[in-house]
Design a binder for this molecule. Structure first.
Ligand code: SF4
Length: 156
């Protein structure tokens, strides 16, 4: 199966601070699958390192007040183009990110407060009807890969 995965989870140094969120358990689970790394923030033209940003009232704003909505939306569009071209059968995206977060993201106050909602790419993947998981939904990812299906609300 082709699986779109947040590049930072695979160990690419694309995170805002220049690091990554490499997840060995997820990487082991994805062994043998065709993985498509995606990073909407970098693909949208934001550099590494960069200021962290959060979704606020329909926009994405950096911690210093810069409106980076355009970069997020263009990066999201490029990721979706790749996901469609590759016919990805599912996506595993980094939890809580303003671009990749699924179900829950930071609330726009830069106070580590979470609210219900998706990041820009998670929202687009969901609208496309592609099965979507965060890296924390390990068992559901395993079941989806093995063809058992299921709901994507099974946290570990
Ligand atoms: S946009 Fe997504 S892939 Fe890129 S660093 Fe942020 S969470 Fe990771």
């Amino acid at each position: 199966m082709k699986i779109a995965v947040s590049a930072c989870l695979l160990g690419y140094d694309v995170k805002y601070n220049g690091g990554n969120n490499r997840n060995e358990k997820l990487i082991a689970l994805l062994e043998g699958q065709e993985v498509i790394p995606v990073c909407p923030e970098v693909w949208g033209g934001l550099g590494v390192p960069r200021d962290p940003a959060e979704r606020q009232n329909g926009k994405v704003i950096s911690c210093r007040g810069r409106d980076v909505t355009e970069e997020y939306m263009s990066g999201t569009a490029l990721c979706m183009k790749k996901i469609r071209q590759e016919h990805a059968g599912m996506a595993v995206l980094k939890a809580r990110s303003p671009a990749c977060g699924k179900d829950v993201i930071y609330d726009g106050t830069f106070s580590h407060t979470l609210r219900d909602g998706d990041g820009t790419l998670a929202e687009a993947v969901r609208q496309e009807g592609i099965p979507l998981f965060s890296e924390n939904e390990y068992e559901m990812i395993r079941r989806c890969i093995s063809g058992a299906g299921g709901q994507s609300d099974d946290k570990i």
